[in-house]
Write a protein that binds this ligand. Structure first.
Ligand SMILES: [Fe+2]
Ligand SMILES: [Fe+2]
Length: 263
């Protein structure tokens, strides 16, 4: 069992498929995750289960792998200060997580916008242009660029995790291109289809970054790399100083407008 802790979760699930279901029951959805690089022991420490749940889950996994054998239930080492279900990010990672909050606010607005969208109206076409500008400027040039041009540079570009995340960013850009073209043709259905697909993609993408990738990367960066990354992020923020306020205002305006329409 000790040896299994040091194998990648994808390999363990391949050899022992019911392990996937056990992990699922504890809210650790590794099966559908395309990354799958984490070791079994990383999975446990990253998700920070309460000690009792961790013991129970590891006991069930042990029994699955070595049925009927009396095995010592392995306890995964974790930092003593880590509280259950709480992720501790380094300061630069925390910046990325905070930027996700604004992007998630935009994603949450999409299902409210779509049923009322009327592309015959100039006002609604402008709102789509502004939404696209938010995606391209804030989520793209500002946030995704920090990830791709700074954070990912500390890791091997052939790492599956990095490749999957960059591929998601590319797919997001393709949805946006389709949204712009369809909005100009006033093709309501295609705009709705691509905005919905964008929302689903980015929601999953951000969840994987917040819960898996950023903590995984944080554990592998040295203290000096974290410091260097923080100052590189600051340089970008200074260059794009107007972005945060401008796009926070944009999201607040939309939230106010759509909340008013609901009343
Ligand atoms: Fe990303
Ligand atoms: Fe991100």
């Amino acid at each position: 069992m000790e040896a299994q802790l040091n194998r990648s979760i994808k390999e363990v699930i391949k050899d022992f498929p019911p392990v996937e279901k056990i992990l699922d029951e504890y809210g650790i959805g590794c099966g559908p995750c395309a990354v799958g690089l984490c070791l079994l022991k990383d999975i446990v420490s990253i998700h920070n289960l309460p000690a009792e749940e961790e013991r129970e889950m590891m006991g069930r996994i042990s029994q699955m792998i070595q049925p009927g054998q009396k095995t010592q239930i392995p306890r995964v080492e974790r930092k003593p200060e880590a509280k259950p279900k709480e992720l501790n990010y380094s300061p630069p990672m925390k910046k990325l997580v905070d930027e996700h909050i604004l992007i998630k606010k935009w994603l949450a607005l999409i299902p409210e916008i779509l049923p009322r969208l009327d592309l015959e109206s100039e006002e609604d076409r402008q709102m789509i242009r502004d939404g696209v500008d938010f995606i391209r400027s804030y989520a793209g040039r500002f946030h995704h660029a920090k990830e791709e041009d700074i954070l990912f540079k500390y890791f091997d570009e052939d790492l599956d995790m990095v490749k999957v995340m960059c591929e998601d960013h590319r797919t997001a850009r393709n949805h946006v291109k389709a949204i712009v073209e369809a909005a100009e043709r006033k093709d309501q259905e295609t705009v709705a289809q691509h905005l919905t697909a964008y929302r689903e993609l980015l929601s999953q993408h951000i969840k994987r970054e917040d819960e898996i990738m950023l903590p995984w990367m944080d554990q592998r960066l040295s203290v000096s790399q974290v410091g260097e990354m923080f100052s590189k992020f600051q340089e970008v923020e200074e260059k794009m100083a107007s972005y945060q306020k401008k796009y926070e205002d944009f999201i607040s305006r939309l939230e106010r407008e759509y909340r008013k329409k609901e009343e």
